[in-house]
Design a protein around this ligand. Structure first.
Ligand SMILES: [Fe+2]
Length: 280
């Protein structure tokens, strides 16, 4: 297996390995797992594997989960369809960590390209450990104990009817997570606000707020500043898909952005999502 690091910050492409073999080989799996923790996202080309192989590879890392809005591939629990058509159905063009609206968001995901346009539809990943590390010291202090609410309502729910949206929120109520989370395996600190974050829940304290209206510029500007860090190219890698390309990412340590520049061309991706633990 050859390892080709793609940027100084994040991402490596591995060649000379079949993911079907990793599913069956303990030492190969251990090697891939260590590389994932180091590089945050790993890329593989020409993985002419079956859906069973895709699921089996992802299952090495943990149990899989479906999605309340995306369809599951029929017959393959834990494998969801991310199929884009000529409909205006491109929603992943924002920096985000998957499903931070869950009490225990996924620890990772394995995305495989079934078909894609010749050009367009790249995905960008961001190293949010680096994003935290380079924050100004005063910001690190200010956010060290902050917690933010995360919800599904204003993103996936936005195009639903009021009744559908209320049902979605009943099933997936707002959760709160630390703004700076600790990586469960490496102990690294990670900047953890996403577009699913709605507001800080413990900002309104005497140190931050003299009068009620202080919290609006204070808290919302701070949240937007933190969200903007994912857009810094020094923390990023950009990947161009081909059919049978696969990416696996650490969903705690990274965010990603699916560039939606290819409409109305179709693009079909399938994702196995690996369950994670409650952020701390
Ligand atoms: Fe995503």
């Amino acid at each position: 297996m050859q390892i080709n690091q793609l940027t100084c910050s994040i991402g490596a492409e591995l060649t000379g390995v079949s993911l079907a073999d990793v599913a069956r080989d303990d030492s190969l799996y251990a090697e891939i797992k260590a590389l994932l923790l180091k590089h945050r996202v790993l890329f593989f080309r020409d993985q002419d594997i079956t859906r069973e192989d895709h699921v089996a590879f992802a299952r090495r890392f943990g149990d899989l989960e479906d999605h309340p809005v995306n369809n599951t591939v029929p017959g393959y629990p834990g494998l969801i369809e991310i199929y884009k058509s000529e409909k205006r159905d491109h929603f992943e063009n924002t920096y985000h960590s998957d499903a931070s609206w869950r009490p225990s968001p996924p620890k990772g995901a394995v995305l495989r390209c079934i078909s894609c346009p010749d050009v367009g539809g790249d995905t960008i990943w961001v190293n949010m450990v680096e994003a935290y590390k380079h924050l100004p010291e005063e910001i690190k202090q200010k956010i060290s104990h902050l917690r933010a609410k995360h919800g599904i309502e204003h993103s996936f729910g936005a195009i639903m009817s009021t009744e559908e949206r209320e049902e979605l929120v009943r099933k997936h109520p707002l959760v709160d997570h630390p703004v700076v989370r600790t990586h469960p395996e490496t102990g690294e600190k990670i900047l953890y606000v996403t577009p699913f974050s709605t507001h800080f829940i413990n900002y309104h304290t005497p140190e931050n707020v003299r009068f009620g209206q202080d919290k609006t510029p204070g808290a919302s500007l701070l949240l937007n500043y933190l969200l903007s860090q994912a857009a810094i190219p020094e923390y990023q890698v950009r990947f161009r898909w081909r059919p049978n390309s696969v990416a696996i990412w650490d969903n705690a340590a990274t965010q990603h952005y699916a560039v939606s520049d290819y409409w109305p061309a179709p693009r079909r991706m399938e994702r196995a999502t690996i369950m994670g633990d409650r952020p701390f």
